[in-house]
Design a protein around this ligand. Structure first.
Ligand SMILES: [Zn+2]
Length: 533
C-alpha cells in the first residue's frame, strides 16, 4: 500500500517518482555523480544500463572499492505482491560478490516489528533471516523498541551483523545500547569508510519502552562522533540513519563532511542530493534494494553510483536463507492455532453486509482500533474486514483473527474538526445502495443515513457519546493507515493533524487480538450505530 511519493516542499534532485514501476520494468537507471570539495550542487547523469547487476562490469563504477546494498523498513521476510524477500536479497549480494564486487549490506532500521510473525516471535525471526542473508551493518529504528529495550538487547545479542548506534545509550552501562559501536571505520581495499548510526528521538518511541535507555538528539550526537571518523582517517563518511527526511536534510546541511546517508523511516523511495550528500531511502519490505557504489578519486572527488534493484522473481532464493524463513513460517503456523478468546455469538463478516450496513464484526474491529489508539472515535473502511462469511460462535484462534484482518495495516491517530468527521462519513456512504469497501464501520459514534439524499449530504444526526457532533470542535479519531493515505476515496484525512502516524502505529491485527484476549467472551451485537433510512 506504500506507493512512491515525493515529499512535499522538496527541491533537491529526486528520482523517487520514477519509483518501483520504472525500476521493475525499464532498463535500470544509473545515477552517477561526483562532488568535489567546493561543489554543492553536483552534476547528475542518468545512463541506460543494459548489463545485469551481477555481470562483470566495466567503466567507472567497476573501480569503486565498495558496493553498498541498502535496505530499510523491512517487516516481511517473504515477498509481498511478488516483490521483495530476504532470500532474494541474499542471492543479490552473492551475485555481486561473484562478479568481483565488494558488497556490503546495510539495514537502516525498522525490522524487528510490526508483523504477524513479530507478534509471535518478537523479531527473533528477522534477526535469524538477516543473519542467514548476510546482513553486514544495521542501525536502530523506532520499531526496534516495540517490545521494550530488554528484548531489543536480546535481539542484538543474537545478531551476527554489526550495529552502529551513535545516539542511543544504555543508562545501566553509559555505553551504546546492546554493545553497538558508537561509530565505525571499515577498510574496503584502498578506501576507508567511516560510519555513524542515528535513530530518531521523537515520541514515536514511547517512554514505557525505554526502561534503561536514553535517546540523545541525533544531530548533536553526530557532532560528537564525526571528528573521530576524521581522526581515524576515513576517506568517505556514511551516516546510517532512521530519521525523518527533514532531519536527514538538517544533518547534511550541518555536517557537509557526510557523503552518503543510508536512511529509513519513510516507506517510499527517496534519492536526493542535499548539500554534497546523497540521501537514499529504499522503500520498504526489500521490494527494492538501493545499490550505491562508492569511490574516491585521487584528487579527492567522492563518486557515488546509484541504482535501484527490484527484488523480483527473476532472482532465485538463497537456499540457506529460505530454509531459515521456512522453519519460522512452520512454527508460526502452529502458533496461529492458539485460542485467543471465544465468540458467544456468530460474527457477521459477510462482505455484502459489511459494505452496506453495521455488523457486529464491524463493531468489534472498530472498537479494537479505538481502544488501542485511545481515541474518541474510530472509522474503519469495511473493505479491510475480510473472510466474507459468518464466523460461527466458538473458539477464536489467532488464525481466525488474521483471516478477519489479513493485512499489515496499522492504526493512525488523528485529531480533526467535527465537520471533517461528517465529511468522512458522508464520503463512506456515497455509493449506497451499492456495496462498497468504503462503507464505514464505526466506534464511539452513531449516525443516520438517508440513502435517498444526494451523495455528500446523506448523513444526519451524528452523535458522539450521546451528544450531537459539533462541527467546529476537535475530536480524536483512529483510522487504518490505508484510508489515511486516501484509500477507498477517503481523501480528507491526509491533511488532518497527525498524533500517531503510519510509521509508529500499532498493527490492526494486533489490536483485534488484544481486544479479544482482554474480553475473552465476545458477545458483540448490532447496536444501532448506523441507522439506514
Ligand atoms: Zn520508522
Amino acid at each position: 500500500m506504500d506507493r512512491p511519493r515525493i515529499a512535499r516542499g522538496w527541491i533537491a534532485i529526486v528520482v523517487a517518482a520514477i519509483g518501483l514501476a520504472a525500476a521493475a520494468a525499464a532498463p535500470s537507471l544509473r545515477q552517477a555523480f561526483g562532488s568535489g570539495t567546493a561543489v554543492s550542487s553536483a552534476p547528475v547523469a542518468f545512463e541506460e544500463q543494459s548489463e545485469s547487476a551481477a555481470s562483470h562490469e566495466i567503466g567507472p563504477r567497476a573501480q569503486a572499492p565498495v558496493t553498498f546494498l541498502q535496505l530499510n523498513d523491512v517487516y516481511s521476510m517473504v515477498p509481498i505482491d511478488g516483490l521483495g524477500g530476504l532470500a532474494r536479497v541474499a542471492t543479490q549480494k552473492q551475485q555481486l560478490a561473484a562478479a568481483g564486487r565488494t558488497p556490503f549490506l546495510v539495514l537502516a532500521g525498522d525490522f524487528l516489528s510490526p508483523s504477524v510473525a513479530s507478534s509471535v516471535f518478537k523479531g527473533e525471526q528477522m534477526v535469524a533471516a538477516l543473519n542467514a542473508a548476510g546482513l553486514d551493518l544495521a542501525t536502530l529504528g523506532n520499531h526496534e523498541f516495540d517490545f521494550g529495550d530488554d528484548v531489543l538487547i536480546q535481539r542484538m545479542r543474537e545478531s551476527r551483523f554489526t550495529w552502529v548506534v551513535s545516539n542511543v545509550i544504555d543508562t545501566n552501562t553509559s555505553r551504546p545500547i546492546g554493545g553497538a559501536a558508537a561509530y565505525l571505520v571499515k577498510t574496503f581495499g584502498p578506501l576507508k569508510v567511516g560510519f555513524i548510526g542515528l535513530c530518531l528521538n521523537t515520541d514515536e518511541i514511547t517512554p514505557d519502552k525505554l526502561k534503561h535507555t536514553r535517546i540523545l538528539d541525533p544531530i548533536a550526537a553526530a557532532g560528537e562522533h564525526l571528528p573521530a571518523l576524521r581522526r581515524e582517517g576515513a576517506d568517505v563518511i556514511v551516516a546510517v540513519t532512521h530519521l525523518a527526511f527533514a532531519t536527514d536534510r538538517e544533518l547534511v546541511e550541518k555536517y557537509p563532511e557526510i557523503d552518503l546517508v543510508i536512511g529509513g523511516h519513510e516507506h517510499f523511495l527517496i534519492t536526493a542530493t542535499e548539500n554534497r550528500a546523497l540521501i537514499s531511502k529504499s522503500g520498504s519490505d526489500a521490494k527494492t534494494v538501493a545499490r550505491i557504489d562508492v569511490n574516491k578519486q585521487r584528487h579527492g572527488t567522492v563518486e557515488r553510483f546509484y541504482e535501484l534493484l527490484p527484488m523480483t522473481g527473476a532472482i532465485p532464493d538463497d537456499p540457506r536463507t529460505a530454509e531459515v524463513i521456512k522453519s519460522f513460517e512452520g512454527r508460526l503456523s502452529s502458533e496461529l492455532e492458539a485460542v485467543v478468546g471465544t465468540a458467544r455469538v456468530p460474527l457477521d463478516g459477510v462482505s455484502s453486509h459489511l459494505r452496506t450496513a453495521e455488523t457486529n464484526l464491524g463493531n468489534l474491529v472498530a472498537d479494537a482500533i479505538r481502544a488501542e489508539a485511545g481515541t474518541e472515535l474510530a472509522i474503519v473502511n469495511s473493505g479491510s474486514i475480510r473472510g466474507n462469511r459468518v464466523f460461527a460462535a466458538g473458539p477464536l484462534t489467532r488464525r481466525t483473527l488474521i483471516e478477519i484482518h489479513p493485512f499489515d495495516n496499522v492504526i493512525v491517530k488523528l485529531s480533526m474538526p467535527g465537520r471533517v468527521v461528517l465529511q468522512a462519513l458522508n464520503s463512506g456512504v456515497d455509493r449506497l445502495p451499492a456495496a462498497a469497501g468504503m462503507f464505514p464501520q464505526v466506534s464511539g459514534l452513531r449516525f443516520v443515513v438517508d440513502a435517498a439524499a444526494p451523495p455528500g449530504s446523506r448523513v444526519r444526526d451524528v452523535q458522539v457519546d450521546g451528544r450531537t457532533l459539533e462541527l467546529e470542535r476537535t475530536y480524536t479519531v483512529a483510522i487504518p493507515d490505508f484510508i489515511f493515505r486516501g484509500g477507498d476515496s477517503y481523501t480528507m484525512f491526509a491533511s488532518q493533524h497527525v498524533l500517531v502516524g503510519p510509521e509508529a502505529g500499532t498493527l490492526i491485527s494486533l489490536a483485534i487480538e488484544k481486544l479479544v484476549a482482554a474480553k475473552r467472551d465476545i458477545t458483540q451485537q448490532i447496536e444501532g450505530r448506523i441507522t439506514l433510512r
